[in-house]
Design a protein around this ligand. Structure first.
Ligand code: NAP
Length: 255
């Protein structure tokens, strides 16, 4: 249980990528803070588990960010907003990873990585930021990664996608400051989640060098969610266009 609690009564948020890992933890903490949450991902089964845990707070929306266009996003946002009112913020955590070494990468995988973290997010933001869906003063929190700083070896697609995320928050922060909507990103280090479990399975575990690169140890979703709840809150009302690194010291580098 966190030392800090938020009161999000009558506040509405969307979490895209809410069916597992960091996104699910954020959706849970928002629900526990009395927010109404539209939880979006592909897996209806896992979203339903979240809804069953917080039936009064969590509404689910099944959608694949790789194929969802303006109509799908408008439908899902429209029905949530009609029922509860405009959103006060959104979190986009949908992402996949994978190895894409330059001389042998799978073109389809590389594009899927970029499209999930970056283009899927752009397609979502294009619709969500319309004034009919988003309240003045809203906060958008998007997911980058320490990979955007380090350039993970053999992972150009993932590193580039995450770099793009942490750059466009600055563009959007300027573009929407007059409303205002705020845009920030969060860059976690290695967090134990379904994504990293999958990565370990595909790549024979985790390299000791990655473990050693985190002086405070590897992270868990609840090590990252607190930063997101803060950025969504009015306490962060003067923060926009910033990438917040939450990485157990990973970017400190080695002596
Ligand atoms: N874990 C880490 O070490 C780490 C480090 C730095 C940054 N990050 C970033 O943090 C974010 C969350 O990562 P995580 O570790 O929590 O991953 P995760 O457990 O695999 O969760 C990813 C979420 O994205 C959703 N998603 C993936 N593809 C989707 C699609 N095509 N359409 C809709 N939803 C989709 C998944 O739901 P469905 O499968 O149900 O669709 C799931 O809810 C990602 O952007 C990741 O790149 C993670």
């Amino acid at each position: 249980m966190s030392d800090i609690t938020y009161n999000y009564v009558n506040k509405n948020f969307i979490v895209v990528g809410a069916s597992s890992g960091i996104g699910r933890q954020i959706a849970k903490e928002l629900a526990m803070s009395d927010a109404r949450v539209l939880a979006v991902a592909r897996s209806e089964e896992r979203l339903n588990e979240l809804h069953n845990e917080y039936p009064d707070n969590v509404t689910i929306g099944c959608l694949d960010v790789l194929v969802a266009g303006a109509d799908e996003w408008s439908n899902i946002l429209g029905s949530f907003v009609n029922k509860y009112g405009k959103i006060n913020g959104a979190v986009y955590t949908a992402g996949i990873t994978g190895m894409t070494p330059l001389r042998s990468f799978d073109d389809i995988l590389a594009k899927k990585i970029l499209n999930t973290s970056f283009w899927g997010m752009i397609n979502f933001l294009k619709i969500a930021t319309k004034k009919k869906y988003t309240e003045k003063g809203a906060s958008y929190v998007l997911f980058s990664s320490t990979a955007a700083y380090i350039g993970n070896k053999g992972q150009f697609a993932y590193s580039a996608a995450k770099s793009a995320v942490k750059t466009v928050i600055r563009t959007f922060a300027k573009e929407f400051a007059s409303i205002p909507y705020r845009f920030n990103s969060v860059s976690p280090g290695w967090v134990e989640s379904e994504m990293t479990e999958e990565f370990k399975k595909d790549n024979g575990g985790i390299a000791q060098s990655v473990v050693d690169a985190h002086p405070l140890g590897l992270g868990h979703p609840e090590d990252v969610s607190g930063m997101v709840l803060f950025l969504l809150s009015d306490s962060a009302r003067w923060i926009t266009g910033t990438d917040c690194v939450v990485d157990g010291g990973c970017l400190l580098g080695r002596d």
